[in-house]
Design a protein around this ligand. Structure first.
Ligand SMILES: Nc1ncnc2c1ncn2[C@@H]1O[C@H](COP(=O)(O)OP(=O)(O)OP(=O)(O)O)[C@@H](O)[C@H]1O
Length: 206
């Protein structure tokens, strides 16, 4: 089943950011979102993932099918790498955490507390979580932040395997992942602010 956006408009802090975004993603396909800092990529991804409501328009094919990885890794600092993945696997009804650790070179760190990992290791663990969700649509916001070249290659390999298995991926990134993916620049969808500033915030925790 495809993921489809029809005429989607999104806002942050009550201020419209992007308007009229339409796209569709079929099984096996990836789409890379591009656009300057502050252009609205995160806002669009959060809306697609159901973390905030759209201003208008529709998202179809997303219900209970999205695994979202945003800027925060959302790890439990006092659980080990293996325990973090086991926790998430249980939440999503999956079991195989060993394969997820292997895919992101985490096996040597399996018993380390997540809170003691380096930034790049934490990011690898956050991305390994995608594999234990069993969800077909990966919505990823700057997934390669903190990753070294080897880890970026591991990540790109995981995305390729996910697509080959019929998964989908929507990725906001400023770097070239070497994926066979379409690219959507959000710039043409930006809403002109016409003097309206960003005075408010739409989240309790920033
Ligand atoms: N919590 C918030 N409350 C209000 N406005 C916000 C909030 N977070 C971001 N914004 C504003 O919303 C606009 C869109 O931000 P967004 O994070 O979606 O852009 P982005 O394209 O993902 O940027 P980047 O490439 O820097 O990650 C920006 O002008 C930003 O300053």
């Amino acid at each position: 089943m495809e993921l489809t956006l029809v005429d989607l408009s999104v806002a942050r802090g009550g201020v419209p950011v992007l308007a009229g975004v339409s796209l569709s993603l079929a099984p096996g396909q990836a789409l890379v979102l591009r656009g300057p800092n502050g252009s609205g990529k995160t806002t669009l991804l959060r809306t697609i993932a159901g973390l905030q409501p759209a201003l208008s328009g529709q998202v179809t094919g997303a219900e209970d099918r999205i695994a979202y990885a945003g800027h925060a890794d959302g790890l439990k600092a006092m659980l080990s790498v293996r325990e973090n993945l086991t926790f998430w696997a249980a939440v999503f009804g999956m079991r195989d955490v060993e394969q997820a650790m292997q895919a992101f070179a985490l096996l040597p760190l399996a018993d380390r507390l997540a809170g003691t990992l380096s930034a790049g290791q934490k990011r690898r663990l956050g991305l390994a979580r995608l594999l234990v969700t069993g969800r077909p649509i990966w919505v990823l916001d700057e997934p390669t932040v903190s990753l070294d070249a080897d880890a970026v290659a591991l990540f790109a390999g995981a995305v390729r395997a996910h697509l080959a298995a019929g998964g989908m991926a929507l990725i906001a990134t400023h770097i070239d992942l070497g994926l066979d993916a379409a690219v959507l620049d959000v710039t043409p969808y930006r809403v002109a602010l016409n003097g309206v500033g960003f005075g408010s915030s739409d989240e309790a925790f920033l």
